[in-house]
Design a protein around this ligand. Structure first.
Ligand code: MG
Length: 320
């Protein structure tokens, strides 16, 4: 069943597990930046996960948090910005792009989590259009986009802002005819309903995390807009299928072989976030997920290739 050609690039099986660079490849390159995206593709990983929020002048830009993060944002003088950083929704694109997000402050808690990340200068927060133009280059025709919408919990008019963000993003994707290479992805399941209404030609990917695993996760952000997953009266795959999604994207600690099998029976693809630990990478391969979203694509490539497995349709990385 292939209703959405976009999904082929995210489907595993036949000795294949798909590889998706999380925020580009955050473990080794500055997150959500053009150098990180280019690096990810240059090492043979064709799917990019990234996050979209909107500026004050209503431009979709690529950033994870609703506020600028002081641990990787420097001002025009090269100094780290003060904590807490300003909300992106209160800055124009022009103001935002005076700042440099190419390096992590090694003294910060966040910086210490990624000791191998390269330190670059003069790297700007990209607009979504910048990445879409890059994806549109003839040499990037294999690139797939896992486009994550971030909902701002402090939004003054959440419903209106959600519709505006989805409409803007969809029109930018359509303007470049990239619909057939884009999957729309979010924790905000209401926003995904809006995606299904406004852009029925693009599949939707439903993120989840069970509250019991929240503390151990990457997402300690209390500003996460998402359903109360712990209150669901059905399994997460059933809930995604009922919501009309095509992909389920659970947190790694929530994943079991039974849930993956159930999701597949329901016709869903399963991509898992954010899998960086080698033992967890192996466990995800063993339970049969379709795709692994990781900060360290090279690490997953090595684990797959050591078992004679592939992450894309050609034999990239394979030796006879
Ligand atoms: Mg994301």
């Amino acid at each position: 069943m292939t209703l959405f050609p976009q999904l082929d690039a995210f489907r595993g099986g036949n000795n294949q597990v798909r590889l998706i660079g999380h925020r580009g490849s955050r473990g080794v390159m500055p997150e959500n930046t053009m150098p990180g995206f280019a690096f990810t593709l240059d090492i043979g990983v064709d799917a990019l996960e990234f996050d979209v929020v909107m500026t004050r002048d209503r431009v979709p830009v690529i950033a994870h948090n609703s506020r600028l993060d002081a641990s990787f944002t420097r001002d025009q003088k090269g100094s780290w910005i003060a904590e807490p950083g300003p909300r992106i929704a209160e800055l124009t694109l022009r103001e935002l792009q005076t700042l440099d997000v190419g390096g992590l402050d090694g003294r910060s808690t966040y910086g210490q989590r990624f000791p191998d990340q390269a330190f670059l200068n003069d790297v700007r927060i990209p607009s979504l259009e910048e990445l879409l133009d890059f994806a549109n280059l003839p040499e990037r025709k294999n690139l797939s986009l896992m486009l994550e919408f971030k909902s701002d919990i402090d939004a003054k008019s959440p419903v209106q802002e959600r519709v505006e963000l989805v409409a803007k993003v969809v029109s930018q994707v359509r303007a470049r005819k990239l619909e057939a290479r884009t999957v729309l992805h979010s924790f905000d399941w209401d926003l995904l309903s809006e995606c299904r209404r406004l852009a029925p030609e693009m599949p939707t990917s439903y993120l989840s995390i069970m509250p019991s695993n929240f503390q151990g996760s990457d997402t300690k952000d209390p500003a996460l807009v998402c359903p109360d997953f712990g209150a669901f009266q059905m399994s997460l795959p059933q809930a995604v299928a009922r919501a009309g999604g095509q992909m389920w994207c659970p947190y790694v600690a929530d994943v079991t072989q039974d849930l993956v099998a159930e999701a597949h029976q329901l016709g869903l693809l399963v991509s898992v976030w954010t899998v960086n630990d080698p033992a967890e990478i192996q466990r995800m391969i063993d339970v049969g997920v379709d795709g692994i979203v990781t900060d360290y694509p090279g690490r997953v490539q090595r684990i797959l290739s050591a078992q004679g497995m592939v992450w894309r349709d050609d034999t990239y990385g394979q030796t006879a």
